[in-house]
Design a protein around this ligand. Sequence first.
Ligand code: Q46
Ligand code: ZN
Ligand code: ZN
Length: 334
Amino acid sequence: MKCVVCKGPAVIDIRRHNANFCADHFLEQCRRQVTKAIDEFSMIERDDRVLVAVSGGKDSLAVWDLLVALGYRADGLYIGLGIGDYSAVSATYARDFATARGLHLVEVDLPDAYGYDIPTGSRAARRAPCSACGLSKRHLFDKAALDGGYDVLVTGHNLDDEAAVLFGNTLHWHTEYLGRQLPVLPARDGFPRKVKPLVRLTERETAAYCVIRGIDYLVEECPMAAGNRHLSYKAALNDIEAASPGAKHAFYFGFLDRAASHFAAEAASDREELGACRSCGAPTTAEVCAFCRLVERAGGHVPSSEGPASVPVALGATRAPRAGMASVERVPAP
Ligand code: Q46
Ligand code: ZN
Ligand code: ZN
């Protein structure tokens, strides 16, 4: 197996590109694919301040490393979810990565700051763990990006993730989500711009990138992921990809090129005038946002930066809205 660029010994084959690469040219290939995604979808400007949501896993650490290598000013954001040992260990991977490279990591600990953890929130709100977790993370990502004055929030979603979400939304014809399943969600009042620079790389490739770059990442999966339908969609797509290399790429990028715009009107019609959450000021269609309702049900509290310190969420209290959020849109669940 020879590298398609230098003819030296290859370390990885990428069947959908019908190409093999040596270590150096594979890294170059990853940087090229990320650059192409950023340029194609106008994800990040050169002078943007970038916040990368990191979990300690391969994708988020790879995208942080890639953005820094490409010259972007990128800080990390780690959210402690209180998922037992998994959270304790994942935090060390994020911290060690940042420390070893002299990068800045913003940390928010859900149990410390809000008084609940994901297992408790999930039980109390009678939501699937990933639903309570996704809701919490989205709120905290938005808040950290806006509070920190960042221009853009980056997540490590890769081609496998996006194809699986698209597969699920298509299977169930969640057309209101299809119109918004894009690699860039523009900034709106109350929401930062959100981008996914890894959409042209698979998780096998981000794992290989980390190994070659010497990035130590948490291999263990989140223990609460068991039963998540997303995993069965990924497995089904992996079978299809094995029989038909390039199928995932064609499915996802074909959707972006030829189908997403057909659902844009429905996605737009779903955008309601949002007001400010009475408790935390975040944009919401209800009086109190879904995050604050989750916090309240889980017996937690909002910290002083969002509301009264260390007291239960006051569902009847009135707070000033976040600055400049007259008209905003709801961001769909991933
Ligand atoms: S951390 Fe949270 Fe994931 Fe764990 S509970 Fe589900 S959503 S699987 S990315
Ligand atoms: Zn080579
Ligand atoms: Zn709220």
